[in-house]
Design a protein around this ligand. Structure first.
Ligand code: ATP
Ligand code: MG
Length: 592
């Protein structure tokens, strides 16, 4: 394994010191008291008032049409106060459920912070959702307020929102000047709908932060729906303690950084690391309104002099697919640390980034349920490409199995596959699946939170992702994780993306089948594809052995993915076996 370690002695000032990591783990103490008054918005914004950074740029917004707007920490404090006071004017009380259905717009950030400051509960939704997933999530979450745009409202909400008993107010974030071309711009709105900018103008910019307690509900996030129906995950204000410390440890984030998190605000990463953690640490964060575009992204890295960049494997694979030449046109020398989350990061992607971007991606692992990063490749530690890294200080992870009495036990065996579990009790641990208490309770046993992911742990304590518990393939007595097979195929120069599943087989039980998307420069004639298929099978056999290599390979233009960019293996399987596709509310359009 040692030849696969990226030892970062060679990376400038970053030194390798295993003891430091051990020491911080040993010395770590969460120091949280659930009864203590604690508010995420205070920690993220108000705390910085009257300090050296109150006038520093907290958020730089890059609009789709090349406009740049800066917000200082004071601006965010005042604007979020205004939002909180708007909630008060509507006579809402602490605990009010505020949903958003908007892209990366400044008012999203202000509303999130304002809701938390007021003591409300914030839930972001992905703005590309259709009416049904929006409605069902708002029903489950008992939404009181929705923040959106007028056009999304007209297309997706107007027809049914009055049927939701708790939903009272819709706030439009649109730019007033643009939207108000009639003589009386405000009169045309439906009952219950308001222009947010207008309300903010007349609101109190010094609204005092609510005295919430650590255990008060703050965020409700829906999971990605990769394995089934999305769940509403409850988080409390205390989570901020983990947001802040994990960003310091796992993203190497410091106050002087210029930080860019590319996650959509509709998912937990967009809140934990796209709003809360960077503001807690007093950094300048860049927010780009536009969607992924290779040239634009390289431009942002260069022009904004991004120092810390947090992105996801799908985006990284798209950069790889675009080829290496384009990168040469950009100066990325400001970058000091780059990290990835959301899906397994193939070792090939880590090696590519080291070669082409000049520094390696640091993979890290967490879930909506964990609220914050739990396992990471650290700046101060060697990277093992393909590994998720080491547990964060304050986090106890283990590979567990059930013993004969049915109890969950940590297993010591080096690199044996088992379920990844975390010792329960860290501050950002979820406090429930909304309205699904039984499901929540099932996630915990004998003091462990059972993640539903399978992994292995090596002798140095690094964790290796194997697959979702449901995705594990059992073939002729072998346990095969899809990630291992996908990563091997990714090493072939023709391959852009792979999804691997097990399909039933009379003799072997299951055999491995791979769905492969090819790089754009590959000639797709029937003859060439037939040759390539053979070549890929041989390539995989050589790397993995005949028992593990795919028996069947299918080429696809695109693979089905969630809107947060995760390959939906369960859908590949359902389609393969002609089974029901289940909940596909988070599916991005794909080619079947
Ligand atoms: P659902 O629970 O609705 O099926 P989901 O699990 O994809 O959806 P999220 O909470 O957004 O919803 O994703 C967490 C999951 O993503 C993890 O349990 C893991 O399977 C996967 N994941 C996240 N980061 C990594 C990583 N670095 N390596 C491998 N897998 C990862
Ligand atoms: Mg999950």
């Amino acid at each position: 394994m040692s030849e696969n370690i990226i030892n970062k002695m060679s990376y400038g000032s970053r030194d390798v010191n295993l003891l430091d990591y051990q020491q911080s783990c040993d010395d770590f103490n969460w120091q949280t008291d659930p009864q203590q008054i604690l508010n995420i918005a205070y920690q993220a914004v108000d705390r910085h008032l009257n300090t050296a950074i109150e006038n520093k740029v907290a958020l730089r917004w890059l609009s789709k049409n090349e406009q740049i707007i800066d917000f200082s920490y004071r601006d965010l404090a005042e604007q979020s106060s205004r939002f909180a006071s708007v909630l008060e004017q509507f006579s809402f009380e602490q605990g009010v459920r505020v949903f958003s259905l908007v892209g990366r717009h400044p008012l999203l950030y202000i509303s999130t912070l304002g809701t938390l400051k007021f003591g409300g509960v914030f839930t972001p939704l992905f703005s590309a959702f259709g009416p049904e997933p929006i409605r069902s999530r708002m029903e489950i979450g008992e939404a009181n307020i929705l923040i959106t745009t007028k056009s999304l409202y007209r297309k997706k909400i107007a027809a049914w929102w009055h049927e939701l008993p708790h939903l009272k107010v819709i706030l439009f974030i649109d730019n007033l000047e643009k939207s108000s071309n009639a003589d009386s711009p405000y009169s045309e709105l439906d009952k219950g709908c308001y222009w947010l900018a207008e309300l903010l103008t007349n609101a109190n910019s010094r609204y005092p932060c609510a005295k919430t307690h650590g255990n008060d509900m703050a965020l409700l996030h829906f999971t990605s729906g990769t394995t089934g129906k999305p769940k509403g995950v409850i988080h409390v204000h205390q989570a901020v303690v983990a947001h802040e410390s994990s960003a310091r440890y796992a993203l190497n984030l410091k106050q002087e950084d210029i930080y860019w998190c590319t996650a959509d605000p509709g998912w937990v990463t967009g809140t934990s690391y796209g709003i809360i953690a960077p503001l807690c640490l007093g950094v300048t964060m860049i927010v780009d309104e536009a969607e992924f575009d290779i040239e634009r992204w390289y431009n942002i890295l260069q022009q904004q002099k991004i120092t810390v960049w947090y992105t996801a494997p799908t985006a990284i694979r798209m950069l790889m697919k675009a080829g290496d030449d384009i990168r040469q046109n950009f100066d990325l020398s400001a970058l000091t640390f780059i990290a990835s989350v959301g899906e397994p990061l193939n070792p090939e992607a880590v090696r590519w980034s080291e070669k082409v971007l000049g520094l390696p991606f640091h993979d890290n692992w967490w879930q909506t349920e964990t609220g914050a990063i739990m396992i990471a490749n650290f700046a101060s530690q060697p990277i093992k490409p393909g590994s998720m890294g080491l547990p964060l200080p304050g986090i106890t992870a283990a590979i567990v199995k059930r013993n004969e009495q049915g109890h969950v036990e940590a297993i010591e065996t080096n690199m044996e596959i088992g379920e990844l579990a975390l010792k329960q009790g860290w501050p950002s641990m979820f406090r429930g699946y909304l309205h699904r208490e039984e499901k929540y309770q099932k996630c915990f046993q004998d003091g462990w939170y059972l993640t539903g992911d399978l992994a292995k742990c090596d002798s140095q304590g690094y964790y290796w992702f194997v697959g979702r518990a449901d995705d594990l393939i059992k073939s002729s007595g072998h346990l095969i994780g899809p990630f291992e097979v996908e990563s091997a195929l990714m090493e072939h120069e023709a391959v852009a993306e792979v999804g691997v599943i097990g399909i039933p087989d009379k003799i072997a039980g299951e055999v491995v089948k791979a769905y492969v998307a090819l790089n754009p420069n590959i000639e797709c004639s029937d003859d060439n594809l037939a040759v390539l298929k053979k070549e890929l099978k041989g390539f995989a056999r050589k790397k993995l052995g005949a028992a593990v290599a795919p028996k069947e390979i299918i080429f696809r233009q695109n693979l089905p993915k969630t809107r947060s960019g995760k390959i939906m293996r369960r859908l590949l399987k359902a389609r393969e076996l002609n089974l029901s596709e289940g909940d596909i509310s988070t599916l991005e359009s794909d080619e079947k």
